[in-house]
Design a protein around this ligand. Structure first.
Ligand code: DP6
Length: 347
């Protein structure tokens, strides 16, 4: 029997409030729990043309934005080997993968989160046809995405997801992310404007960055900090407590970069403009009382988070800024991946 088809998903990136930084022992196990908001607009669009049959020897080709991307292809093959314990048919498959992002490369938006989650959705979608069964649930989708990139585990659902074991949430798990419930309306419609100040490629991969936490002198302090910030964030998200959200969000962002700076080799990702923007935003907040908080990923660009009702006032702050930017990308909380195509035939 041969199963053939073409499946396509789009999947968003996400922005972490409680940061995943550092791994524990095991396969892609986080050092501490993390929580993120799933974005809506910034997405990867991924299609997989496939053929599965006992006679086929495995073959995978990956095209990024129309060009064969050998490095990503190799990483994808390693990931496929890893997940073939769930999906043995991978050993008898021909996969032609095409992927693109609708946001600029190196804009401070995690393309591994959107890319790996989109691919995980495609593979679990194909698996359903091969098994002729029920679709995989979010636990499996998230688990499979996690094996490709930790933060991708949180992108298969929205608008808020948590990954990593913690006593604070009995549903939370190290192997997959879970969606957070009972979120206050203000946070379910939260806006994120990404202020791009630098679009040069990252100087250090996040994989190498995570490894710096292995023997970091602050490792245990960081684990305790993430736990206590998590508890505060839960309270803020459920009650709609903006001042508490702001406090936790900026503390996590600044702590992430403090951890990097204090790492062996001193990982310094901020640019001068990153610091200028953080000062300017805090000054404006002090002056106007606008509800807005900044956060950063492992890069120089700023994610400015604010409730929808503040959109106009935030736009004024951005327009009047004496500090310039390369690009502004407007996004908001979103529901997660979307299936775009699922053609298949069996004979
Ligand atoms: C700073 O998920 O990119 O964005 O698991 O090695 O692929 P790998 O790392 P990755 O790390 C993301 C780190 C972060 C914080 C976060 O998203 O939680």
């Amino acid at each position: 029997m041969t199963i053939k088809g073409n499946i396509q998903y789009s999947s968003p990136s996400n922005i972490a409030i409680i940061k995943y930084w550092g791994k524990a022992e095991g396969e892609q196990i986080p050092m501490n729990p993390s929580v993120s908001m799933t974005l809506d607009h910034c997405r990867s669009f991924t299609s997989v043309q496939y053929e599965v049959s006992k006679e086929i020897r495995p073959e995978t080709a990956l095209f990024f934005e129309g060009h064969r991307a050998e490095e990503v292809e190799e990483k994808t093959k390693t990931w496929l080997k890893k997940i073939s314990s769930f999906f043995p048919w991978i050993h008898n498959s021909r996969l032609h993968i095409e992927t693109r992002n609708n946001f600029p490369h190196s804009a401070g938006i995690a393309s591994s989160a959107s890319g790996m989650s989109a691919l995980a959705m495609c593979i679990t979608g194909i698996d359903r046809h091969v098994r002729d069964g029920q679709p995989s649930g979010p636990n499996i989708q998230s688990h499979v995405a996690r094996l490709g990139s930790g933060s991708a585990s949180r992108s298969v659902m929205g608008p808020w997801a948590m990954w990593g074991h913690s006593a604070i949430n009995p549903a939370a798990d190290n192997e997959y992310a879970v969606a957070l419930k009972d979120i206050h309306q203000d946070f379910n419609t939260l806006c994120d404007t990404i202020i791009v100040v630098d679009n040069s490629p990252k100087s250090v991969s996040s994989r190498a960055g995570h490894a710096l936490m292995n023997d970091h002198p602050w490792r245990f302090g960081r684990i305790a900090q993430a736990e206590s910030n998590l508890e505060l964030l839960f309270r803020a998200l459920q009650k709609g407590d903006w001042p508490l959200f702001e406090q936790v969000t900026e503390n996590e962002a600044l702590s992430l970069h403090a951890l990097m700076l204090a790492s062996r080799g001193g990982m310094m990702l901020w640019k001068g403009k990153t610091v200028e923007w953080m000062h300017y935003l805090r000054e404006q907040r002090e002056k106007t009382g606008i509800q807005m908080a900044f956060t950063l990923d492992a890069g120089a660009n700023i994610h400015l988070l604010y409730p929808y009702k503040e959109k106009e006032r935030v736009t004024d702050v951005l327009e009047q800024s004496p500090v310039d930017f390369t690009d502004l990308i407007h996004d908001q909380a979103g529901p997660g991946p979307e299936k775009l195509l699922d053609d298949h035939e069996k004979h």
